[in-house]
Design a binder for this molecule. Structure first.
Ligand code: ZN
Length: 685
């Protein structure tokens, strides 16, 4: 069930990377084999190395350790992700009695042949010490299912029959390297080194041997677990999946609000991701398991993603009850940090007191992040870990690394630095969720992109499915999972609601609605055709905005964090054109709708504003509309776009900027912002 080592695949890696040395090429190959199985390692976990000899520019040959570099993931690591360090110097370092983390990193960097390489893994010294060519390290679930127990020492003998060596838990880094140094002679007689509550190391003279030893050792643990699992009865009840999903999405906006309010003074808005994974459901349904997940993650590394313990809430908790629960979690977390500080006698800069994992009793789990990418990592880690906790709880006691040891990792200066380096500068809309309609082209597309560029998470909505998918794919290349899409025909109330629900499912809530979709029908109102066009346009250009605004406002009120409703009005609302009644009249009413919502929703902190744009080259002008409008004004098409006080053509990007501004203008509501190059006849009044 694990990926086999295949000679054909190995040859492909040698073809691709062999010019850098066959050892390194194969090191990349089996790192990918390990990294691409979530049951072995996840998201930057684990590390690998190879000892080899390289020729320097001077022609001198030198023994080096290629070891995984910081910031790389085993699933997609490339040769440049393995810094080469002088092996003899690394071994000399392990002779020191003590070495601070910072000094160790400086020393490791100092031994790199190429100063532009990434910083070597903090386990580089341990890798150097193991006297074999290839070394693999993982946090395999099955192995942790044995190690995270009080009687792990006895069980290790039972499972591996003396073929492994077990080291008691010590902090990764120099201390662990020293502990390995003390027992390195004993590695000869065994196939693997286990680190209690942490993971497993294997080694070999070839990449294949080291990898296959890893898989064989993990398989032994799995076979042992499988035999025990036969007696296991699931504690989960069987509530239908759809009902659970619904309950989880109902609580999501409320929870998002409670979390943000708990961090007064700072912006604690989080993105919330729902999981209906069956293992998490099983935990959510069992009081006993809920207690166990409070004991910490399955391997200490995970604390950096998950925090030391989750928040547990009731599915039908009121906003006040949720706020209370979040506040209590914060107190508990601070007390946890206080105990760590007291135990270690150190000063730390506290992390935010917000959970990253929330169990909703009897329903499932939610995952939080400042970005969706963070939340997805937390989800992956916890979904994988759940089986370990369940397996152990099934026939034993779950006892992962101790509280103080976990504190050491959460407040490890090196890890803090690593996380800080990854965090990019937040934009003006960071941690905000926006929904943009009519987003497959023109103003909607430009606005979606402008908001993404400011750090927002954006759901792009349109009825033009193919175009929307294509544009989404383009945006996703640049903004990743921060942009999601949903197909909707907003002239149907149920589609408007579904679009808002899709936004909650994707990101956990909604802060900014850009209600932009519309059409531009023309016609004379003294003719039946014009009258019918007006009737249809009232649906498209007025009611559809009301429907989605209402659905959005409901989510915003559930969050209790205010919100922004933004509408794309038109200068036609103020300065109608000849034979354009079916367009101008609903647009004028849309401005009235915007003002009414500003009045009615102000008490909830929900702002309502419109952008009044004119003559933007968009699809509204397709199908002969442009020629007709220009002719109606007696202008050429080119003149038509520049016929304003500034003689400047206004672009979709200009309008997008105005929407971004209004999304951030905390003191502005009931406002029409004009973006048209200047048109005295259309000044709002
Ligand atoms: Zn590890």
């Amino acid at each position: 069930m694990y990926r086999p080592y295949l000679d054909d695949e190995a040859r492909e890696y040698i073809d691709r990377y062999g010019h850098l040395g066959e050892d390194l090429a194969l090191r990349v190959y089996t790192s990918h084999l390990l990294g691409r199985d979530p049951k072995l390692v996840l998201h930057g976990g684990g590390n690998t190395s190879v000892k080899t000899r390289v020729r320097e520019l001077t022609g001198d040959e030198v023994d080096v350790l290629y070891v995984k570099g910081s910031g790389w993931d085993l699933s997609d690591i490339e040769p440049k992700g393995f810094p080469a360090c002088r092996l003899s110097r690394l071994l000399r370092l392990t002779e020191l009695e003590t070495l601070s983390d910072e000094d160790m990193v400086a020393q490791l960097r100092g031994q790199m042949l190429d100063p532009n390489s990434p910083t070597p893994s903090v386990e580089a010294l341990l890798h150097a010490l193991i006297p074999h060519k290839f070394v693999d390290h993982t946090h395999a679930n099955a192995v942790l299912s044995i190690l995270d127990r009080p009687d792990s020492q006895t069980l290790v003998q039972e499972v591996w029959q003396g073929r492994v060596l077990l080291l008691p838990y010590v902090m990764p880094g120099f201390v662990l390297a020293r502990a390995v140094r003390a027992i390195v002679d004993q590695l000869d007689g065994v196939d693997a080194l286990l680190l209690d509550k942490h993971g497993i190391f294997t080694w070999g003279s070839s990449a294949q041997e080291s990898y296959e030893r890893m898989i064989a050792a993990v398989a032994k643990a799995e076979a042992w677990l499988a035999a025990r699992r036969q007696h296991h009865v699931s504690t989960a009840n069987d509530r239908p999946l759809a009902a659970r999903r619904k309950a989880l999405s109902r609580i999501t906006p409320r929870l998002r609000g409670a979390l943000a309010k708990a961090t007064s003074g700072t912006d604690g808005r989080m993105v919330v991701l729902v999981s209906d994974h069956p293992d998490l459901y099983e935990i959510a349904c069992s009081d006993r398991l809920q207690d166990l997940v409070q004991r910490g993650p399955i391997t200490p590394d995970h604390v950096l993603r998950t925090r030391p313990f989750p928040l547990v809430v009731d599915a039908d908790g009121s906003p006040e009850a949720l706020e209370q629960a979040v506040a209590e979690w914060g107190e508990r977390y601070h007390a946890w940090v206080d105990r760590g500080i007291a135990a270690r006698g150190i000063e730390v800069k506290r992390l935010d007191a917000l959970p990253r994992v929330v169990f909703v009793k009897n329903q499932g789990a939610l995952f939080l992040g400042k970005t969706i990418a963070e939340a997805m990592i937390v989800r992956d880690v916890v979904e994988q870990s759940a089986r370990v906790v369940i397996d152990i709880a099934n026939d034993g006691e779950y006892r992962p690394v101790s509280e103080t040891d976990l504190f050491d990792i959460e407040y490890w200066s090196l890890e803090q630095a690593k996380l800080k380096r990854q965090a990019s500068k937040p934009g003006r809309l960071a941690r905000r969720v926006a929904l943009v309609t009519g987003a497959a082209s023109g103003i909607g597309l430009a606005t979606a992109e402008a908001m993404l560029a400011e750090g927002a998470h954006v759901l792009v909505v349109d009825r033009a499915g193919e175009r929307l998918e294509a544009e989404h794919a383009e945006l996703a290349k640049k903004y990743g999972a921060r942009v999601a899409w949903a197909l909707a025909d907003l002239e149907k109330t149920e589609d408007a609601r579904a679009a808002v629900s899709a936004c909650v499912s994707a990101f956990g809530g909604l802060d900014i609605l850009v209600s932009n979709a519309g059409s531009a029908p023309a016609g004379l109102l003294d003719e039946e055709e014009g009258e019918l066009a007006l009737e249809r346009s009232v649906r498209t250009n007025l009611l559809s905005h009301q429907w989605i605004a209402r659905a959005a406002a409901e989510v915003m009120q559930a969050q209790g964090l205010g919100g922004v409703l933004l509408f794309n009005a038109s200068k036609a609302a103020f300065n109608p054109g000849p034979a354009f009644g079916p367009y101008a009249i609903p647009k004028a009413a849309l401005v009235a709708l915007m003002r009414q919502l500003a009045i009615d929703l102000g008490k909830h902190g929900i702002r309502s504003n419109a952008v009044n744009a004119d003559r933007i080259r968009t699809r509204l002008f397709d199908g002969g509309v442009l020629a007709a409008r220009a002719k109606a004004r007696g202008l050429s098409e080119e003149q038509y776009f520049r016929a304003n006080l500034l003689s400047r053509e206004t672009t979709a990007e200009d309008v997008a900027e105005a929407f971004v501004y209004l999304a951030t203008a905390e003191a502005t509501t009931g406002c029409v912002l004009t973006v048209d190059g200047g048109n005295a006849a259309a000044f709002p009044r």
